[in-house]
Design a binder for this molecule. Sequence first.
Ligand code: NAD
Length: 461
Amino acid sequence: MEKDLGKEIMEMREYYRKGNTKHVTWRRAQLKGLLSFLAEKEVEIFRALNLDLGKNYVEAFRDEVGLLKKSLNLALKDLKTWMASKEAKLPSIALLSYAELVPEPLGLILVISSWNFPMGLSLEPLIGAIAAGNAVVIKPSELAPASSSLLANALPNYLDSQAIKVIEGGPAVGQQLLHHKWDKIFFTGSTKVGRIIMSEAAKNLTPVILELGGKCPAILDSLSWSWDKEVVAINRIIGAKYGSCAGQACISIDYLLVEKPFSSTVVELMKALIKKMYGDNPRESHSISRIINKHHFLRLKDLLTDQKVKDCIVYGGSMDEDSLFIEPTILVDPPLESAMMTEEIFGPLLPIITLDKIEDSIDFINSRPKPLALYAFTKNEVLKERLVSETSSGSVVFNDAIIQFAADTLPFGGIGESGIGKYHGTFSFDTFTHYKAVTRRSLLTDLWYRFPPWNNYKLEL
Ligand code: NAD
């Protein structure tokens, strides 16, 4: 296995060196190939996502297929602009010169992705990498086997298989891949594995993009709301928490901060809106994804085993191991030192933490690792400004959640423990591009004072 992998990677590098992937026609053909894959295999993609995660096809289209199509169309539209050299101004001492930033591909890219959006998180980085003219190996997550095998079996029929390969497997295969030399590694996954990726990459001085996780807070400010606005806000919170892969999303709301007197109203509204979305018996609903596997099901169950945490459940809490179903669950004030509040939840459990004043949320957030996303539902402009200037996170969204992922005009990525680097839209192209500084100078004439001998009067010129 290891020997074959080495041979495959070597052949890919040779293929890349011949310049096959650099031409605009190659890049366009791959982007169009991916569009055809999404169009022709749409039903199979939906089936795979449903098998792996119980994901509804509407959610699968919204969060994966639809977003990928949007990214591909943008890349095809803007490719020429992205690929064009950008002129750079030079100081006047560089008489009769011209400089430009020439985008060049990096070479061989390794994409290691996660299981929660197995199509999106494998193909979104691929779009940027091929638009930038690179050869790419994708290692999808073994925990979404139907999606992984669909990618491995179908993509070669749509893409240049000498330059783009899908290699299936788990951590052992990931580890083998890391022993080879890459020009960039794009990793989506846990902070724990992110550290392994970075230390392996360091051996070859390979740059990394780490799209990691963490606990994303949401603040719900009770001040100056009218009832109908509260409904809009809480609908969005519920939708973001349970309606995108059942909370198994890196930018899902991990916990909610509210002022103490407001919490019971919030819980009552949440209960009503959860019922509206998932009915009286959510176990029968096809609108909520299932937990990816037994291991993660038991991990989530474990978060609730501590009696002190269990006592905080105010809604939900039921589970079915056979169907990997966990009911949308709300807790109020679980102990801050419990795993529920120290580990990333990554599932349909939503702790509400009550505060005396909503402004206390700033210290609460700042005393924890920098999150991938921060959400605040508020009309308070002073609070908004304070959150932007006094906290640090990959992104901030006011009065909604998760929508930032769909915006290709915004860089997507974390900071600190939530990640390194960014992608989406033009940021993806930049991530997989080296901007080479090229200066061209005329030999027509020169300035005599730039050459020795050095005399003081030259400084005075
Ligand atoms: P994970 O880190 O366990 O696995 C991610 C990938 O790494 C998988 O393909 C896996 O096979 C591979 N892998 C695991 N161990 C490896 C090793 N030792 N060497 C090489 N490869 C290895 O994470 P996961 O369970 O797939 O995903 C959950 C985490 O990912 C959560 O923390 C979540 O927040 C984060 N995530 C982040 C984003 C983002 O865009 N920032 C998106 C989705 C998920």
